[in-house]
Design a protein around this ligand. Structure first.
Ligand code: NOJ
Length: 761
């Protein structure tokens, strides 16, 4: 019975992949590759095929817990025997050439390895963390930084990045918030598409482009209580309407690979989910690349309790559509036996091998397996002037001005005494962010340096205040935060008292964020709050520069400090980018890609929530959906951000208030710069479906436009609405467009805007 089910599944998988092939592989180059893949496949032994599905990390750099021991020397033998198809964490032109030569020159068929690395927001030149870059609302910016990351990574012999991470996140307790584009599927999809295009370009065989990987499929950003690696319980409509859009955008952009996820979805681990990998990804979406497991996520089917041993885990994962086993040792040790026993049809393995070989051919690795290792290019492109200039541009465009009472900002460059305070202000490391690939430790421009580079005659003094972190900081160790040693507090306060203005950097060390960094408390840690309050007692002109990788709790600050600038972890050029904003060389224009909570207790918090049956306090009693100790509203809503100028919205016009299946509505509004300086504004379009067959979000982003306006200048922003924008996945398991009434807003963020309505006939 078991075998019958597997055989039926295999037949249907082959049928689906044939359909997929017919749909997507149309070009002549693709057909030529198909022929080569088939010819190679015909020559391969079973174990050589399984070898293509096997991936290990180098042992000198590990981005996950070391599972079973396979030492570095054993790798060489395995590569020679054709038992490894891919390595991750081998970097540098010399090292990649060396390992590649073992595969190409010493293995029977000479199949090149595909070499991967987590190039998330830069390789050596660091760009803002992806969450920050999403605050620019500029997909082109993300495309450019991904392009530069690919140029640098490819020079050292890398072919493949495990990026973009496109998980929609709603819970700030999750440390990996920093890796994605925030809480919204529309913005997330735009950024995801752009990043894939940036990494891959139009031609994967170009030696400066690399294969991208959409991860983590799927719903990793919905892990329960924000605790990393935890389970996910999610309804089908949310999965399709919120989680999937950025992944689908990656497929539309031609992404070469996907990575599955550590989490379960409704009790089934994503790695063992045929629904996700076969039905949706390779079936419905026609994805013809390959799926890599996450680090030992096939092995983790054991602790998840869905496989008794690695053999069963291998059977479940290959059947579900996980093509490559990262660090799991499950495929290489068990698939041969499973095939010989008739438990796994070799056609299933052929399908996975075909997918992997196809990407290797597309990368041009069979033409020249070394073309990506280029020591000359490695020397010249890393952190070159052009890349650093782009990093600075990205840094300043990712900054969000949260508060600016009495126009304290921008500061004058001359004639002021400015106290710069806080450990984060002098850090040349924190701004590099988590998941920093080959960033050189302490290579960022610090805030203090940036300020000194930018000011004129103003006197800049620095006081660190109490230590924020203690001891060794690294990607793999838990960070220690100082909670008791107050030395430095008095000196910082004294400097603040003698200065005209204080610029204080607060927030998070970069190693508080990223994988394995979930927190129950998202307020400022250590002695930071105390330092801020002490400084505020002696100086009223306080500017907070926030550095953080997730939304944090800043209620006191929002009430008591006149100016707050959200600066995330902005990469190599952070200090210069921030200083350009502080001193007005650049007028900040970023908007939050995530709601800022008032309390950790509000998590998960997101603007596109449902109304509930009791949304308001109509009766003045407790029986409505709220908290008794805190408002349910965010401190700063999704889409929020200020400028040194002001904008007004007027003249909202709809070309029609009725939409039909073949018509469209053109929505126009006038945005005017009502202030004294030029600035950029991101106008946002939201809709609400008032009555659906299932509950619909109170608002959904459906468009945005970033415009530049001179003082007093007006521009008309224009959006189109068609039925495509009103479609949603309903309880019946289908995409619906339901007639009815819709509200619509055009405005500066998700909480404000001009309102109108239309109906779908
Ligand atoms: C585990 C992470 O979840 C994934 O994002 C990353 O790409 C792999 N480790 C490889 O480092």
């Amino acid at each position: 019975m078991h075998k019958l089910i597997i055989s039926l599944l295999v037949m249907s998988i082959i049928a689906v992949s044939c359909q997929t092939d017919n749909k997507t592989k149309t070009s002549e180059a693709d057909s030529a590759i198909d022929v080569k893949v088939e010819a190679l496949l015909a020559k391969m032994t079973l174990i050589e095929k399984i070898g293509q599905l096997n991936q290990y990390s180098s042992r000198w750099e590990m981005t996950g817990p070391a599972p079973e021991s396979v030492d570095s020397m054993a790798f060489y033998t395995m590569v020679k025997e054709g038992k490894i198809g891919s390595m991750l964490n081998v970097t540098g032109a010399k090292a990649t050439r060396n390992i590649q030569s073992w595969a190409v020159d010493s293995s029977r068929l000479g199949i090149p390895l595909i070499l991967a690395y987590d190039v998330i927001h830069g390789y050596e030149t660091m760009f803002p963390i992806p969450l920050a870059e999403a605050a620019s609302w500029e997909p082109e910016l993300a495309k450019k930084s991904s392009r530069i990351a690919a140029v640098e990574a490819s020079a050292v012999g890398l072919h493949w990045t495990f990026a973009p991470m496109v998980d929609i996140a709603r819970d700030a307790r999750w440390g990996r918030f920093m890796e994605g584009s925030g809480e919204d599927p529309y913005l997330g999809a735009k950024m995801a598409y752009a990043r894939v295009k940036g990494f891959q370009g139009d031609d994967l065989s170009d030696e400066t482009t690399i294969a991208a990987c959409a991860k983590h499929f799927a719903a990793y950003g919905f892990i329960e209580s924000g605790r990393d690696y935890n389970v996910v319980q999610i309804g089908d409509p949310t999965l399709h309407n919120i989680v999937f859009p950025p992944f689908k955008a990656c497929v539309d952009a031609g992404v070469a690979t996907f990575m599955n996820a550590f989490n379960t979805i409704n009790e089934t681990p994503a790695t063992a989910s045929s629904y996700l990998q076969r039905d949706i990804l390779k079936g419905e979406w026609g994805f013809d690349g390959f799926v890599v497991s996450d680090w030992n996520s096939i092995g983790e089917l054991l602790p998840h309790g869905v496989a008794a041993d690695k053999k069963e885990a291998a059977l479940k994962a290959i059947t579900a559509g996980s093509d490559m086993d990262m660090e799991g040792n499950a495929y290489i040790n068990n698939l041969e036996e499973l095939v010989n026993e008739g438990e796994v049809d070799v056609a299933l393995i052929d399908d996975a091998v075909r997918r992997i070989l196809t990407i290797k051919f597309k990368l041009g690795l069979f033409d020249d397996p070394y073309k990506y290792c280029n020591p000359e290019r490695e020397k010249t492109v890393m952190r070159c002037d052009e890349h650093l200039a782009a990093a600075k541009e990205a840094a300043k465009r990712s900054i969000v001005l949260l508060k600016n009472e009495n126009n304290l900002l921008p500061l004058k460059k001359d004639g002021l005494s400015i106290a710069v305070i806080g450990e984060l202000a002098e850090s040349k490391d924190v701004p590099l962010g988590s998941w920093r690939a080959k960033a050189i430790t302490n290579s960022a421009v610090s805030l203090v340096e940036g300020i000194k580079n930018t000011t004129g005659t103003s006197k800049i003094s620095f006081a660190k205040g109490p230590d924020y972190t203690v001891g060794y900081r690294s990607f793999v160790t838990e960070l220690k935060i100082n909670t008791s040693n107050r030395s430095g507090m008095a000196a910082a306060k004294s400097l603040a008292s003698k200065s005209d203005v204080v610029v204080i950097a607060l927030g998070e060390d970069c190693w508080q964020t990223g994988e394995g960094r979930s927190q129950t408390d998202i307020s400022m840690k250590g002695l930071q709050q105390e330092l801020l309050e002490e400084v505020c007692k002696v100086n009223k002109n306080v500017v907070v520069v926030l550095m953080n990788g997730r939304p944090i709790e800043i209620n006191w600050m929002a009430e008591n400090v006149p100016a707050i600038v959200e600066c995330w972890h902005l990469g190599s050029e952070a200090g210069n980018g921030i200083a350009e904003v502080l001193f007005g060389d650049y007028n900040p224009a970023g908007k939050l890609p995530v709601s800022f909570p008032k309390s950790v207790g509000q998590q998960p918090l997101y603007y596109n929530h449902f109304n509930t049956g009791r949304p308001t306090n109509g009766e003045g009693n407790v029986f409505w959906s709220h908290y008794t100790d805190e408002s349910k509203e965010p401190l700063y809503p999704f889409g929020y951000g200020l400028s040194y100028t002001t904008f007004s919205y007027s003249g909202l016009e709809l070309s029609s208030t009725e939409l039909t299946a073949d018509s469209k509505i053109v929505v126009k509004a006038t945005v005017t710069n009502t202030g004294e300086v030029a600035g950029e504004e991101i106008a946002q379009l939201y809709i609400r479906d008032l009555v659906g067959s299932i509950s619909r979000p109170v608002k959904e982003l459906k468009g945005f436009e970033k415009i530049t306006l001179e003082p007093k200048e007006s521009k008309v922003v224009s959006f189109e609405i068609t039925t495509k924008d009103l479609e949603y996945y309903g309880a019946s398991g289908e995409w619906n467009v339901e007639p009815g009434d819709f509200n619509l807003w055009v405005g500066p963020n998700s909480a404000e805007g001009l309102e109108s309505s239309f109906s779908l006939k």
